[in-house]
Design a protein around this ligand. Structure first.
Ligand code: NAD
Length: 491
């Protein structure tokens, strides 16, 4: 999408110190609804001067917020959870219009955001320190402290859920935040910031700075920002991880994915087929947990037939949403065409999908491609569309070799009714999240979310208990009040 001079459409602003503030930029970008191609707003590509304003607001909010007892900070999030529930319908509509999801998918994002907030509300139970008398009269204790000003960069595919991976946990733990919304879907996050303000979040604790790569790099380089979390493509994750760590910040950068579902001949046919199709087509395939390749082991023709039948039941514009842009639609269709040219067989073809009454929208129908070879681009690269590539193999080791040769490591799944075979795959698949007879193995709270290999740079996971390490610094305190005890370290 071209960067443009600002249009007459709704001009978005930044959200700094609790106020909507116009950017000082000359660069603007269009926000287009994927459903019908209509212009929704224009978003500023903020400058370093805008970032300075956000840093100043965050700096002034930090002392009070970080010193507030956690039990008080949590109260804001109890109220936020209620506001998410009360505003479910309008938030759902906003996500649908700027992201192109179906209503059910958009609602699920808010439901998941509520679950993430509930987890953060339980944080006081999880972060109590430890204390032990380590030698006579000498006591060691641990206390957790916020990191300080943190930067978060988020992608387009979950306008509410991914921001809520970090906002509740990081803020409850006493940090203040500068978040960079996706320039493709900036509207939902602005509404979430308003709801947090309504819930009583003090000004400056959460700041939004709109923009693109330039402002992301400014965040990674800013000396006052102590930690950066990122969710997006692997290419951008590498850039963010390199820049943030070069500027001596802690960084957790989640990248792209290529998720394989390994299907064994004994798999339950109907359950397997419906899981595969739901996984590859949900959110129009624009999920980092989406199934992208089905690795068939041995004879699974009867399951492949059911996969095609299930895929044909999906109707774009009804139970299948749009992909984010015309560019994305073109890219996905090219992958399908190239695979066809290379000899793969298109069993269900989603190219040239048009939704009646929404001819300006960006749709790709569900696509099933058989006889894909492991060296084809469609087998190796992230497609981010409702497409499943079927790769045929003879045995589990051949299937595992293909799964493990791909550089990503977000999710993998195995479909079988044999516990031993499931265990064999589960132990050997090089992925952070594994499903057994589950096509989208997203761990629900309190379990943490995060991949391996090129799907995640940095240590630990972004949600759940694992995130506590990232959002806090651990202080170790050793005390002695008994004047007669010895002074030696081991006394
Ligand atoms: P993207 O990488 O294009 O953009 C993500 C964010 O980074 C945006 O805010 C964008 O402005 C910024 N950005 C873009 N290019 C950049 C660069 N070179 N350097 C620094 N910042 C940059 O990703 P997207 O298209 O918005 O989202 C889709 C991608 O996100 C997919 O690859 C998907 O797998 C991934 N994703 C991963 C997870 C996960 O948990 N691993 C979750 C959601 C999405």
């Amino acid at each position: 999408m071209q960067t443009i001079l600002k249009t007459q459409q709704a001009e978005l602003s930044n959200f700094i110190g609790g106020k909507k503030m116009s950017s000082q930029t000359e660069r603007w970008q269009e926000v287009i609804s994927p459903i019908d191609g209509k212009l929704l707003a224009s978003v500023p590509m903020s400058t370093r001067a805008d970032l300075e304003l956000a840093v100043a607001a965050a700096k002034s909010a930090l002392p009070t917020w970080s010193k507030m007892p956690i039990k008080e900070r949590v109260q804001v999030f109890f109220r936020y959870k209620k506001l998410l529930e009360d505003n479910m319908q309008s938030l759902t509509a906003l996500i649908c219009s700027e992201n192109g999801k179906t209503e059910d998918e958009a609602r699920a994002e808010i439901e998941k955001s509520i679950e993430l907030t509930e987890f953060a509300c339980a944080m006081p139970q999880l972060v109590a320190g430890e204390v032990l008398e380590v030698s006579r009269g000498v006591e060691c204790r641990t206390e957790r402290y916020p990191v300080g000003i943190v930067g978060c960069i988020v992608p387009f595919n979950f306008p509410a859920m991914v921001p809520n991976w970090t906002i509740p946990n990081a803020l409850v733990l006493g940090n203040v935040m500068i978040m960079k919304p996706s320039e493709k879907v900036p509207l939902t996050l602005m509404r979430l910031a308003e709801l947090l303000q309504e819930a009583g979040l003090p000004d400056g604790v959460l700041n939004l700075v709109q923009g693109d790569r330039d402002i992301v790099e400014a965040i990674c380089q800013h000396p006052a920002i102590e930690a950066v979390s990122f969710v997006g493509s692997t290419k951008a994750a590498k850039n963010v991880y390199r820049q943030s760590t070069a500027h001596l910040k802690r960084c957790l950068a989640l990248g792209g994915a290529k998720n394989h579902l390994i299907v064994l001949p004994d798999a339950h046919p109907e359950m397997t087929a419906s899981n595969i199709v739901a996984s590859m087509s949900g959110c129009a395939g624009q999920r980092c947990m989406a199934a992208s390749a089905m690795i068939s082991v041995g004879q699974t023709d009867h399951i492949i037939e059911l996969v095609c039948a299930e895929a044909r039941k999906i109707v774009a514009g009804d139970n299948l949403g749009a992909v984010i842009s015309a560019e994305s639609q073109k890219r996905i269709e090219k992958y399908i065409t190239d695979a066809e040219k290379q000899g793969a067989s298109i069993l269900v073809d989603g190219r040239k999908t048009v939704v009646k009454g929404k001819e300006g929208g960006f749709y790709v129908g569900p696509t099933v491609i058989d006889y894909v070879k492991p060296d084809m681009a469609i087998a190796q690269e992230e497609i981010f569309g409702p497409v499943i590539a079927i790769i045929r193999t003879q045995d589990m080791d051949e299937a595992l070799a293909i799964e493990n040769a791909n550089p990503y490591g977000n999710a993998a799944a195995v479909f079988t009714q044999n516990g031993g075979w499931a265990r064999y795959i589960m132990e050997r698949a090089e992925s952070g999240m594994i499903g057994v007879n589950i096509g989208v193995p997203v761990p629900r709270e309190p379990f943490s979310f995060g991949g391996w290999n090129e799907s995640r740079f940095g240590t630990g996971d972004i949600t759940g208990k694992s995130s506590i390490e990232f959002w806090t610094k651990l202080k170790k305190i050793t005390t002695k009040w008994n004047p007669t005890s010895r002074t030696g370290w081991m006394s």
